[in-house]
Ligand binder design. Structure first.
Ligand code: CA
Length: 480
């Protein structure tokens, strides 16, 4: 990633390096035991610019005014929640309704014409609520089934939902500004949101099949309010929900397993994994639909693939497979490796350095740009797949990984400047000054090498990382 980061949340590179030194992180990298990459992704994911959560995954606006889904961001969103689930205290989760007690007395409707009953869903293999109201589905309609929530500390809600025709789910809450009552309304409209008088309406897209909906309510509220308001308004308001009051159901549909927690990271994680499964194309890739210009002579038209997106998606999908044992995830992860065999000029991500060394391009430009951090992310994705998938099925991933390792060991020191590191090798093709890595990228290089050192015994990783950490403390390579 180059220029994209400039508009993102800037990390202080030296702080990151300090964090690395202080914690002396050790990366016991073993995809099958899952305790890996944790701090690693904690560290890297925070540099991603998080926007709105519509389809359960973040929508990006960093390279274009209209939002779009950027696969690297979706994958990092998933990995970040996966890491948090491993590192944070287990969330406190309260089940508000699963109807297994066969009691609907906590639900009320002031209008006499609504219906609510318990039915069996074969698909969920569970008892679920079927609800029906008579009025319209706007949050002002008094024909509504409601259930008290009453929590002041937990603001992530999840439920299983299936809707027939128009319907809406509303969370009524108190905001911090003088106890104002606001409504967060989730409807069957297309993805997007509308802000009205004390209410925010989010479109969930179609919910005609059972879907697990997970919403971080504080984020939904804050992002919507912040996007609407003027800067001055934003600075003077905090936009914090203080208390949840109730959930309201309107229209006709089914609901089950209404849970509220401090955090529900694994649900967010599966949102990302499922997004990746559903949006993978026939080439096994997640095309990026915005133009990228690295240089006058190096640009990519919309529809390009990135080895980093492929690799990080593979890391998400292998973890989803380990956790769920669902074949669709590992199938998608294996399929994702296919683009690594296709040269950049033919729409893949494969480049060759000096006609000799295989390289998987974060930006598959012609001529090649050879971005180091993107290449290592793609190697980690391959490593995850070959650690988890069946030996026979992952034979190609193994070959790609082995070839990539030969390149990495041969080329790693090309990025070493004696005082810091290079971000890429574009200068060789362009005949320009080298593209020096900012300190936050240098810190990323360091954490990536630490990870590699834990999975490959070659001393080049251990020795290089020690030197590169030295650069962050002002050490320099010896000069003559
Ligand atoms: Ca149930």
């Amino acid at each position: 990633m180059t220029t994209t980061r400039r508009r993102e949340n800037h990390q202080d590179g030296s702080l990151t390096a300090m964090k690395l030194r202080k914690e002396k992180q050790s990366y016991d990298f073993d995809a099958t035991t899952e305790q890996n990459l944790v701090d690693f992704f904690e560290l890297t994911s925070s540099i991603f610019f998080c926007c709105f959560l519509f389809s359960g995954v973040p929508l990006s606006t960093q390279w274009g005014q209209q939002g779009y889904f950027y696969p690297i961001q979706v994958a990092q969103f998933g990995l970040s929640h996966y890491s948090k689930n491993l590192t944070e205290r287990p969330p406190r989760v309260t089940m508000y309704e699963d109807v297994e007690g066969h009691d609907l007395s906590s639900w009320s409707n002031p209008s006499p014409n609504g219906e609510i009953k318990i039915v069996t869903s074969e698909e969920l293999d569970s008892h679920v609520i079927e609800f029906k109201t008579t009025g319209d589905t706007s949050p002002s309609s008094s024909s509504v089934w409601s259930h008290s929530l009453d929590t002041k500390s937990d603001f992530v809600i999840a439920f299983d939902l299936k809707l027939l025709g128009n319907a809406s789910i509303t969370i009524v809450a108190e905001s911090e500004e003088q106890g104002r009552i606001i409504s967060l309304v989730y409807t069957t409209d297309d993805d997007g949101f509308v802000i009205g008088n004390r209410k925010v309406t989010y479109g969930l897209g179609p919910v005609t099949q059972w879907r697990r909906i997970t919403r971080a309510l504080q984020i939904d509220y804050r992002k919507a309010m912040a996007s609407l308001s003027t800067l001055k308004y934003k600075l003077t308001r905090k936009f914090i929900l203080q208390r949840l009051l109730r959930i309201e159901l309107r229209g006709h549909g089914f609901i089950d397993n209404i849970e509220i927690g401090t955090s529900l990271h694994m649900y967010h994680f599966y949102d990302a994994a499922d997004w990746l499964v559903h949006h993978q194309d026939e080439r096994g890739g997640w095309p990026i639909m915005v133009e990228r210009i690295l240089d006058d002579k190096m640009s990519l038209s919309p529809g390009w693939y990135s080895s980093m997106a492929q690799g990080q998606a593979m890391s998400v999908l292998t973890r989803a497979y380990i956790k769920s044992r669902r074949k669709k995830y590992i199938k998608a992860a294996l399929h994702a490796a296919r683009l690594f065999q296709i040269p950049s000029a033919q729409g893949g991500v494969l480049a060759r350095f000096m006609d000799k060394y295989t390289w998987y391009e974060e930006y598959p430009t012609s001529p090649g740009s050879f971005v180091l951090n993107g290449f290592i992310y793609s190697m980690i994705g391959l490593y995850d797949v070959l650690s988890v998938a069946d030996v026979e099925e992952s034979r190609e991933s193994r070959r790609l990984y082995d070839e990539g390792m030969v390149s990495l060991k041969a080329m790693l020191l090309l990025f070493d400047m004696g005082t810091g590191t290079l971000y890429d090798l574009r200068h060789l093709a362009l005949g320009k000054a080298p593209n020096v890595a900012r300190w936050d990228y240098h810190a990323t290089h360091i954490s990536q090498l630490q990870l590699l050192a834990s999975i490959d015994p070659d001393p080049i990783f251990k020795e290089t990382v020690a030197r590169w950490i030295g650069y962050t403390k002002g050490k320099r390579a010896r000069h003559n």
